[in-house]
Design a protein around this ligand. Structure first.
Ligand SMILES: [Zn+2]
Length: 281
């Protein structure tokens, strides 16, 4: 997700009045001993052939990075994470008995869904909000973040997949998106996103879309077919690396954030998606 609204623009203006940002960038270690590691794995040996991943699960910033110079309100906004995605992924994992890998740190530290060195890997600005702690990042600092967070997260996904039957495993990525982007409303409650050049993923997407339409029925919820985004090799590192390249069917589900903003709503979508996953198999 990459949205903006007026509230965030105001935050951006406020940002310029803050004290200059200071960071201990030269220390070799990024995480303190009392901080969690790069990722969390749940149900490593779950029975489901589906492996769930959540790239933007958390808005946590390593203590040594001093919140990257951002306010608490900025860190709570969609620029830092996909609000609601982790809760949905956890419920889905429990319901399906599916393995789940979640990133433990904010996409603003390093985006776990971009390859290292990608222009969007470590953003100096996101939706008009300057990220002071990402200004003038040198190769050493970029490498420290990649080594500490991105690489272990991706290795954990590869490890979980490697324990499964290659002919049966599927990869499901859970994200959430902001309801309004550049002044345009995004009408979909949920989007099924895939790379249309991959036959196995497109076939799974069709089944998922059919299942969703059946279950959502006549409610007001609109279902996006490759909306709000299509999965691309350039921007979707996790699905490309872990799914496309080894030939594993892979999908991204994008939930609109106001549709999963409380526990009841999360449970509703968990039930709907879980039904579709069983249908898809
Ligand atoms: Zn996301």
């Amino acid at each position: 997700m990459n949205g903006k609204d007026n509230r965030e623009k105001n935050q951006s203006n406020a940002q310029t009045q803050q004290e200059p940002f200071k960071m201990n960038a030269r220390e070799a270690v990024l995480l303190d001993a009392n901080e969690p590691g790069a990722y969390e794995v749940i149900r490593t040996m779950g029975e489901s052939p589906i492996v769930i991943v959540c790239d933007h699960a958390s808005n946590r910033i390593p203590e040594r990075l001093n919140n990257l110079g951002l306010t608490d309100e900025q860190l709570a906004s969609h620029i830092a994470w996909d609000a609601g995605a982790a809760e949905l992924a956890r419920k889905l994992s429990a319901r399906l008995d599916a393995a789940l890998i979640l990133s433990n740190y904010s996409r603003l530290v390093i985006d776990c869904n971009r390859p290292a060195g990608h222009p969007e890997s470590i953003l100096g600005q996101s939706d008009n909000i300057v990220v002071p702690g990402n200004a003038d990042i040198d190769k050493l600092e970029a490498s420290r973040r990649s080594r500490t967070l991105l690489d272990p997260y991706q290795q954990a996904i590869a490890s979980v997949i490697s324990r499964r039957d290659r002919d049966n495993v599927r990869l499901l990525s859970i994200h959430s998106f902001t309801p309004s982007l550049h002044g345009e409303e995004r009408p979909w409650s949920i989007g099924v996103c895939y790379n249309h050049t991959e036959q196995v993923s497109s076939e799974w997407a069709k089944k998922m879309l059919t299942g969703l339409r059946t279950r959502v029925g006549a409610t007001e919820d609109k279902i996006g077919d490759n909306q709000p985004y299509e999965v691309t090799e350039d921007c979707d590192f996790t699905l490309t690396k872990q799914g496309r390249k080894p030939g594993i069917p892979n999908l991204m589900l994008e939930l609109r954030q106001d549709k999963i903003s409380d526990d009841l709503m999360v449970q509703r979508w968990c039930n709907i998606i879980a039904g579709c996953c069983e249908y898809s198999d």
